[in-house]
Design a protein around this ligand. Structure first.
Ligand code: MN
Length: 410
């Protein structure tokens, strides 16, 4: 059996940062991005000849501003009906029963689970049993999966759950549950929603996974976004394939400027990061937020926000990356109470010269040699007359000192 699992479509959700992009073609595309990603999901489901599409909540971002949002979803589900694909869906915190005030009738291939209690829908033709429960209200703090029905014998069993699972940074801790709770239901596959990053929560015989959201909507939702194609066979654990459905990529790019001596150095580091984001995005437009961190002697030049933005923009333009925002947190090493890189460089040079000519140490070593030289030699610990030993001691003292000077950096 082949299923496609998606979640967190957040259809027509307003994407952040669009005002900064003005009225460009890119801003237009981003406004349509969640819709186009849904249409890509339908294309994928049909192209892979999936038996069913599973939607694990937060299909909508909240109640519809007007019926156009609902009409678009109905239309896309209609395309699946025409291809003979069934759809099983639950609502999440964003589209809980309490949040959505408008409704439209969905085509008959779509099954929506109720919110009062967990339910099961069987499809004997497919040999499939789907278990799930929608959210009645936005904030669900109970462990819902504990009350999910047991797997039905002789069928492929799949669960739908909107959950934070065992916790995820940046996501409300709704319907929490452990991987063991999910495995206990004994389903072949658990399709999870809510966490916007693709992640396999439980492996082995009873697989549970987040598909992540379908389209990134802000810098911290960077990287490929899409759906999971799930292959379920009789004698092996389900196989998952993450397939991008997004039409534009977000990237959060942090450039550590520590040790960069000039704006050119910083731009070179940025170019490397942008190139990586560009390559992973394929043909899609990339929208990046750039954050500069660290302590650099270029801090004063980077402090001019307008110049910085223009400098960074020309690098980004060359890579066909759009800058959503530029944030500089670069500290001046001297002003920040750090150690002046020039001082570090002189200490390093002094250590090197001492290591090369350890006889310079002799005047300092002589009193020590008089007091304990014989004892140290006798114990086989140190020979203070041996130039190689002195060079080693000088080297170690130097690297210790340098480590103390630079430990606040980075
Ligand atoms: Mn959610």
């Amino acid at each position: 059996m082949r299923l496609v699992h998606a979640a967190d479509i957040h259809l027509d959700s307003p994407l952040r940062g669009l005002t900064r992009l003005g009225d460009s073609d890119l801003a237009q595309l981003l406004r349509q991005a969640t819709r186009r990603a849904l249409s890509n999901l339908v294309d994928l489901t049909v192209a892979r000849q999936a038996d069913a599409l599973l939607l694990a909540g937060d299909i909508y971002d909240g109640t519809w501003r007007d019926y156009a949002t609902g009409r678009y979803f109905v239309e896309q589900m209609g395309r699946l009906r025409d291809s003979g694909v069934r759809v099983f869906m639950i609502s999440g915190n964003h589209d809980a029963e309490s949040e959505i005030t408008r409704t439209l009738t969905l085509p008959p291939n779509v099954t929506v689970f109720g919110a009062d209690q967990p339910g099961t829908h069987e499809d004997p033709d497919l040999g499939l049993a789907v278990h799930g429960q929608s959210y009645a209200t936005a904030a669900v703090h109970d462990n819902l999966v504990r009350r999910y029905p047991d797997a039905l014998p002789g069928l492929v069993n799949v669960g739908l759950l909107h959950t934070a699972a065992d916790g995820a940074e940046g996501h409300d801790n709704y319907a929490p549950c452990s991987p063991a709770d999910l495995a206990r239901a004994g389903y072949d596959y658990f399709a999870l929603g809510h966490v916007h990053t693709h992640r396999v929560v439980a492996g082995g015989e009873h697989v549970a996974a987040f598909s992540g959201n379908l389209q990134g909507r802000m810098p911290r939702e960077g990287g490929p976004k899409g759906a999971l194609v799930v292959e379920i066979t009789r004698d092996a654990p389900p196989r998952l394939e993450h397939v991008p459905c997004d039409v534009a990529r977000w990237a959060m790019i942090t450039v550590d400027t520590t040790g960069a001596d000039s704006v050119e150095d910083v731009l070179e580091r940025l170019a490397r990061e942008l190139r990586a984001a560009r390559e992973s995005a394929g043909d899609r437009p990339v929208v990046a937020r750039v954050v500069l961190t660290g302590a650099s002697r270029a801090a004063a030049d980077l402090a001019d926000a307008e110049r910085l933005r223009e400098e960074l923009r020309s690098v980004a333009d060359g890579m066909r990356v759009c800058l959503e925002k530029v944030v500089s947190r670069v500290a001046d090493p001297a002003a920040a109470g750090g150690v002046d890189p020039e001082l570090v460089a002189s200490v390093r040079a002094a250590c090197e010269s001492l290591g090369a000519r350890p006889d310079q140490l002799a005047p300092w070593i002589r009193p020590l040699e008089r007091e304990v030289g014989r004892l140290l030699r006798g114990a086989g610990l140190l020979d203070l007359n041996d130039p190689a030993t002195l060079a080693d001691l000088a080297g170690r003292a130097g690297s210790g000192l340098l480590a103390r000077l630079t430990e606040g950096e980075g």
